[in-house]
Design a binder for this molecule. Structure first.
Ligand code: C2E
Ligand code: CA
Ligand code: CA
Ligand code: CA
Length: 274
C-alpha cells in the first residue's frame, strides 16, 4: 500500500512537485469523479478448479478519468482510504456489484473492502441496506478483507465480522500470506475462505518454496474448513499444479481478464440451469 501510494503521487505529480498540492488535487478529482459517475466496475470470474464452472466474480474498480484516461485502483485506492473518500466510493461499489449480481442467477459476487471502509461508521448497516435494496441473497455476497482490517482494535473488528456473518454474507481473507498474523486471525475470526496472494502463484514451480507454501495454505484451509482460491493464475503449469494440490477455486488471466457485467452474463449463459 505504501508503494501504491507513492505511485499515486508520482503519477499525478507530472506537472507539480509539491506532494500536498498533488494529494489535494487528486482528492478533489476523486470527489468530482464520484459525482460525475466516472467510476465503473469490471468483474473477474473465479472458477471451480475441477469443473471449471464459474462460481463467482470479483468486482474490481476502475476510473475513467476525463483527461488521464483509464486509471487503475493502485493509483487511487490508498489516497481514497486516507481521505475517507473510500467510504462513499466503497458504498457505491457494494451497491453496483450487488445490483449487477441479481442479473446472474446463482453465482457469487466478491467485493473488496478497505480497512477505512470496514472501520467506518455502520459498515454492517451499509451492507444490510445494500442487500435489502438489491434483493440479493446474502450468501451470494462475499466480502474480501485484508489483515489490515484486523490490525487495530481487534475486539471491535471481531464484532463487525460477527455482525456481517449474522447478515449471512461470506467473508474471505484476501492477499493471504503477505501479512503478519494470518494464522491467528483465521482461527479467531469467522472467515469462510482464503485467497492465496498472487505472488506465491507467480513463483509456483513443481518443486520449491512457493509450492510448499501453497500446499501448506491448502492444508490449513482443509483443516479449518475454508475454501481456498488461488489468484493470479497465468500459466497452464500453475493451473496443473493447483489442480494436483486440490486448490478449490482459481482466478487469473489464464481463464479470464476482468470483464464488463455484460460479458459476465454471456460467459455464464452456457452454464445456466433451466
Ligand atoms: P486484489 O483484491 O488482490 O485484486 C486482484 C488484482 O489482480 C486485480 O488488480 C486483478 O485485475 C489482478 N489480476 C487478476 N488476475 C491476474 C493475473 O492473472 N495476473 C496478474 N498479474 N494480475 C491479475 P486490480 O483490478 O488492478 O486491483 C488492484 C487492487 O486494488 C486489488 O487487489 C484491490 O486491493 C484494490 N481494489 C480493486 N477494486 C477495489 C474496490 O472496489 N475497493 C477496494 N477497497 N479496493 C479495490
Ligand atoms: Ca481482492
Ligand atoms: Ca488479492
Ligand atoms: Ca492485493
Amino acid at each position: 500500500a505504501k508503494n501504491a501510494g507513492r505511485e499515486t503521487y508520482r503519477f499525478f505529480a507530472s506537472a507539480m512537485n509539491d506532494e500536498v498540492v498533488v494529494r489535494t488535487r487528486l482528492e478533489a478529482e476523486i470527489r468530482a469523479g464520484i459525482a460525475a459517475e466516472e467510476f465503473f466496475l469490471l468483474y473477474q470470474p473465479r472458477y471451480d478448479t475441477h469443473t471449471m464452472r464459474i462460481k463467482g466474480v470479483e468486482a474490481l474498480l476502475r476510473w475513467r478519468h476525463p483527461t488521464r484516461g483509464l486509471v487503475s485502483p493502485a493509483e487511487f485506492i490508498s489516497l481514497a482510504e486516507e481521505t475517507g473518500l473510500i467510504i462513499p466510493l466503497g458504498a457505491w461499489v457494494l451497491r453496483t456489484a450487488c445490483q449487477a449480481a441479481t442479473n446472474w442467477d446463482d453465482i457469487g459476487v466478491s467485493v473488496n473492502v478497505s480497512p477505512a471502509q470496514f472501520r467506518g461508521a455502520d459498515f454492517v448497516a451499509t451492507v444490510r441496506d445494500v442487500l435489502a435494496a438489491s434483493g440479493l441473497s446474502p450468501h451470494r455476497l462475499e466480502l474480501e478483507l485484508t489483515e489490515g482490517v484486523l490490525l487495530e482494535d481487534t475486539d471491535r473488528a471481531g464484532r463487525i465480522l460477527h455482525g456481517l456473518k449474522e447478515l449471512g454474507v461470506l467473508l474471505s481473507m484476501d492477499d493471504f500470506g503477505t501479512g503478519y498474523s494470518s494464522l491467528g486471525y483465521l482461527k479467531n475470526f469467522p472467515f469462510d475462505a482464503i485467497k492465496i496472494d498472487q505472488r506465491f502463484i507467480a513463483d509456483l514451480q513443481p518443486t520449491g518454496d512457493a509450492r510448499a507454501i501453497v500446499q501448506a495454505v491448502l492444508g490449513l484451509g482443509r483443516a479449518l474448513g475454508l475454501s481456498v482460491t488461488a489468484e493470479g493464475v497465468e500459466t497452464p503449469e500453475q493451473l496443473m499444479l493447483l489442480r494436483m494440490d486440490n486448490c478449490s477455486e482459481l482466478q487469473g488471466y489464464l481463464m479470464s481478464m476482468p470483464v464488463s457485467g455484460a460479458e459476465i452474463s454471456a460467459l455464464i449463459e452456457p452454464q445456466r440451469v433451466r
